[in-house]
Design a protein around this ligand. Structure first.
Ligand code: SIN
Ligand code: FE2
Length: 208
């Protein structure tokens, strides 16, 4: 099926309403299944050890973690020591449709934003394959997403990411600075408890 996208910047494509309500509900059930095996936890900032306000977990052969020693990918959950659960098939299908990259993603970071949480401006650059884009799917309350250029001081613009929206950043935007300014409470009924999930798939090791 042809998908309508809006080009936000070269290599940055926004797909509003990529998942309809039924597909969002099915995806949410998969996310809850992932969390049942790999509980959400508060990662800590490198050096300071200060906890993130956002809780995280992962699925896929690799997961992104942060602690006092730094950022990295690893095969196990830092608190349970168990391997991460596999990436749900519906997410793999979105990657195949939207990434334009032949190899599968190896990591899917699951972020959970409760009311009042945010994620500072950062680059996703702990991967060794920058030819693959980052494919990001939102569920639940609408977020104010900010995206700039590859330098921290570059101008930024903000995009509202609603439940079911997908944002793909690759090509010249693969290393764009981005973050979440805030989540707008009460904007979606998908999560009974409120808040937002964001799922970001990445290829970590060199693909083909
Ligand atoms: C991230 O950059 O890890 C998440 C972005 C988002 O929550 O939309
Ligand atoms: Fe990111």
């Amino acid at each position: 099926m042809a998908r309508q996208s809006i080009e936000i910047a070269p290599g940055a494509a926004f797909y509003p309403g990529y998942l309809d309500r039924a597909a969002q509900e099915a995806m949410l059930a998969r996310v809850r299944g992932v969390i049942a095996k790999a509980p959400l936890y508060h990662p800590r900032m490198p050096r300071s050890g200060k906890p993130f306000s956002v809780r995280m977990t992962n699925c896929g052969p690799l997961g992104w973690v942060s602690d006092i020693d730094g950022y990295r990918y690893q095969e196990i959950h830092p608190e349970t020591g168990a391997p991460w659960p596999s990436i749900p098939e519906a997410l793999m299908a979105a990657w195949r449709e939207l990434s334009g990259f032949p190899s599968p993603p190896e990591a899917c970071l699951v972020n959970h934003y409760a009311d009042g949480t945010r994620l500072g401006l950062h680059q996703d650059r702990d991967e060794s394959e920058f030819n693959a884009p980052v494919v990001s799917l939102s569920l639940g309350d609408t977020a104010i997403f900010r995206i700039g250029g590859t330098k921290r001081r570059d101008a930024t613009r903000s995009v509202k990411l609603a439940s079911g929206d997908v944002f793909v950043f690759g090509g010249p935007s693969r290393l764009a600075f981005h973050g979440i300014d805030r989540v707008l409470a009460g904007t979606s009924t998908l999560l009974a408890e409120g808040g937002r999930f964001n799922l970001t798939m990445r290829r970590v090791t060199p693909g083909r």
